[in-house]
Design a protein around this ligand. Sequence first.
Ligand code: PAF
Length: 281
Amino acid sequence: MIITENIEQVRRERWADPGASWGLVPTMGALHDGHLSLVRAARAENDRVAASIYVNPTQFAPTEDLDAYPRQLARDLDLLRAEGVDLVFTPSDAVMYPSGYQTYVSVENITRVLEGASRPTHFRGVATVVAKLFNIVQPTRAYFGQKDAQQTVVIRQMVRDLNFDVDVVICPIVREPDGLAMSSRNQYLHGETRAAATVLYRALMAVQAAFARGERDANFLRALMTDTIAAEKLARPDYVSIADPLTLTELETISGTALCSLAVFFGKTRLIDNLILEESA
Ligand code: PAF
């Protein structure tokens, strides 16, 4: 497995065999089974697999957990090696944002709601770094997890708008046995807070059950999530949402498909989760 922070070396490897397809799995490290499911999908669908490990400072606000974000490079590299990854790009800040850097990618309307409302600069950082990774690696396909639902919508929009020649593949959420969606930030949770964190999944399951019974009133479903979270004393809701899955505008009534999502604080730790509500055919 090649490990490099050098952009020229990445390009040399990528184009050594121009006929080979490449799958890219962008990550911020602290890998868990959710990331590894993306790597496995990339491994199954491409001749070569690249992963990137880079804690991207531009997607963190000054008040957020950039410094505390878990960094476990040696362990991450072992996990990627065991999955048969061909190349890992581990750039430094100086490689990604050299002195004098001043170009950013800003996706507009769909970044102003949900995560974007709470984290106004987040998606500008995500879109910028993902655009740079696409240009550096030039993958055939790129793999992202459905857990970051809005991120997937933003990246697909950016790929369409800027004509990137990359197939974006979204892989299902991977959960712990008790339903908690896997996330590098779960490492911040301990004891009763870890137990309380299952409230996100419980709120989603309450919505799913009501939807399965025929409930289509989005206000009712949002209230169901709010009430479920309110019953958990360690949880502080940030938002609950039943939105159109492409425009991310809040719905009154569900007809067809909806993205049900929520963000909840446990102390300083903020967790997100989501579920697609779909009429069965
Ligand atoms: O989902 C993440 O881990 C990050 O937002 C990404 C896509 C690697 C960009 O830094």
